[in-house]
Design a protein around this ligand. Structure first.
Ligand code: B12
Ligand code: SF4
Length: 504
């Protein structure tokens, strides 16, 4: 299969200039870096500038007031991180796919005199690997340990390892510093998080990582509303693992969001449709899209992955409940489970088209280090290598049961090709004709514009290009809500869908 077009800037990290000799270290200044990762040319490049990660803005929010803090995201294609003035401390987020880049950045800043602190999921799952690359590791929750780290730097007493617990009350955390994010670079800077953890523990999910204890916790509804308001944007993306884990909490959140007149999307599990009255509350509160981890259409895969979920035979009816409330569905599917045979690709896409999912993302099953899935693959001798840069869910890093790794990768690429084709986009159009033009606008901007995305990202035009569509969606959604308020659950009619893509 022909490889899709990808510009160099989306494939290769910006060069770190070995000849740079920075000026003196500026004390009490910290630079936080989100490292570069190569983009998957099969998926939309727009996905990476939909909404920012909250990892480093949360850390920035916990920085003592007498420290200067700045933020650099290498994925915004503005070059390598700055070095003037030269920071005393550099904090870097590490995920397995960009661990090598994080280590290269760490080496560059350490050689020039900065203290480097590494944190993030990969540091939690592979601390021994990360340790030689850092002056200090932040393992687990970072917000509570960051001020202590900076105080220890001031005192010249930095320790090797700091451990943060996810048991501490979540509501005590200060709000993230969203003001540090360049507003023009994202569709919205309002990434929100209301809950932590998930009521499920799927064997392939990062939440099942050995040593990660993340009890389910919620923030106060009013804190979430205040953060939404403070960022002044009409659209937010909830980056919670599963905003629907506790339905009564979601209901109270919806009631509080409703008067704001804003729109939002969130990741939920499909059991959120157990109670259509909750779906209705979500719609009335401004929910225009949900990101749903269906994972697989084969029940046996879900049972083996330990996922508590309604039967796949009931998925389509449940999708219709969301559609009936004007909520778009972006489905997430994992390919390569042990019960998947070579027909899984065609069957999955055919189902997506029948159920008219507006969008879908595909992931090759990936055993993250420290998870039950990793342990079982390792003990069965099925891992092909441990090159983390390829553990990005677009490469087969293990031997599947019923196909070769190459067939799995080809099938994955075929799924995206098919989903982003004109025919598939058209087949999945909403049933209500009024919703078709905005659906097409969204689909073509998101899925068929990878050449444009590169330029939009480079010239910081993501926000300006997308915001008129967001505002249009909000206006239409407000009209839709007024009509929905006048209907009862029994006489709901399908309404116009929305333009903004759902979830991450
Ligand atoms: C927003 C998001 C994105 C965004 C932005 C990504 C980015 N790196 O900029 C987009 C949409 C682009 C994206 C893309 C992808 N993502 Co993503 N994403 C998320 C999401 C939903 C939220 C991240 C977040 O803000 N969390 C909240 C913050 C506060 O938590 P945190 O990141 O853990 O940070 C805390 C600590 O780890 C620590 N910490 C972190 N960094 C640092 C640094 C320092 C110095 C310190 C002291 C502490 C510290 O302190 C923080 C506060 O406690 C998570 C799921 C989730 N809910 O976490 C998935 C998640 C991180 N993504 C994941 C994946 C797999 C991907 C993709 C590979 C998927 C794909 N195939 O496209 C891509 C590629 C990105 C990549 N290579 O990393 C996985 C990672 C799994 C793993 N074990 O690594 C997750 C966990 C989703 C999942 N359930 O599997 N993603
Ligand atoms: S439902 Fe989703 S977030 Fe929850 S454990 Fe499973 S994969 Fe992870």
């Amino acid at each position: 299969m022909k490889s899709p077009w990808i510009p160099r800037a989306l494939r290769i990290a910006p060069e770190l200039d070995a000849s740079v000799r920075p000026g003196p270290v500026r004390t009490k200044s910290a630079l936080l870096i989100n490292p570069f990762y190569p983009k998957d040319p099969h998926a939309s490049y727009g996905k990476h500038v939909l909404t920012p990660s909250l990892a480093l803005t949360s850390i920035a929010g916990a920085t003592p007031a007498d420290w200067d803090v700045s933020y650099w995201d290498e994925n915004l294609l503005q070059g390598p991180p700055p070095w003037e003035p030269f920071p005393e401390v550099v904090g870097i987020s590490v995920h397995l796919t960009f661990a090598d880049r994080a280590y290269a950045l760490a080496a560059w800043y350490r050689e020039r005199g900065a203290k480097v602190v590494l944190g993030g999921l990969h540091v939690l799952s592979c601390p021994e690997e990360a340790a030689p690359h850092a002056d200090a590791l932040a393992i687990g929750e970072g917000v509570q340990v960051w001020p202590e780290i900076l105080r220890d730097v001031e005192a010249g007493a930095l320790r090797d390892v700091y451990r943060g617990s996810y048991r501490r009350p979540y509501r005590d955390d200060p709000p993230p510093r969203r003001d540090l994010i360049p507003r023009r670079s994202f569709l919205t800077t309002t990434s929100l998080i209301a809950t932590r953890g998930c009521h499920n523990r799927c064997g392939f999910c990062y939440l099942a990582t050995n040593g990660l204890t993340m009890p389910y916790q919620v923030r106060d509804v009013q804190q979430v509303v205040d953060e939404f308001r403070a960022d002044g944007q009409p659209y937010a993306v909830f980056i919670d693992n599963n905003l629907g884990s506790r339905p009564e909490y979601l209901r109270s959140l919806c009631l509080a969001l409703r008067p704001l007149g804003v729109i939002w999307s969130a990741a939920v599990t499909i059991d959120v449709t157990d109670d259509p009255s909750l779906v209705r509350e979500m719609a009335l509160a401004g929910c225009t899209g949900v990101f749903v981890g269906f994972e697989s259409l084969a029940g046996a895969n879900l049972v083996e992955a330990n996922k508590k979920t309604p039967s796949p035979a009931d998925y389509a009816r449940r999708v219709a409940v969301l559609h009936d409330h004007g909520i778009q569905v972006n489905g997430s599917f994992v390919l390569g489970f042990d019960h998947d045979r070579k027909d899984v690709f065609e069957r999955t896409v055919a189902w997506i088209e029948d159920a008219r999912l507006e969008c879908a993302t595909f992931h090759i099953l990936t055993p993250y280090p420290g998870t039950p899935l990793f342990r079982s693959m390792e003990s069965e001798g099925r891992l092909l290598h441990q090159d983390w840069s390829l553990y990005d869910t677009s490469h087969a890093v293990f031997r599947p049961r019923h196909m070769t790794p190459e067939e799995l990768e080809e099938g994955y690429a075929w799924c995206y090709d098919r989903l982003f084709s004109h025919g598939s986009i058209w087949r999945r159009r909403p049933q209500d004709w009024r919703a078709v033009p905005p659906y097409l606008a969204m689909s073509y901007l998101y899925k068929k514009s990878n050449r444009i995305w590169h330029q939009l990202i480079r010239h910081r035009l993501t926000g300006p290009a997308w915001r008129p569509l967001v505002e249009l969606t909000r206006q239409r959604h407000l009209r839709f809500r007024r009509r929905l308020e006048q209907t009862t659950l029994a006489n709901n009619r399908p309404m116009a869908g929305s333009v903004v893509s759902a979830g991450v």
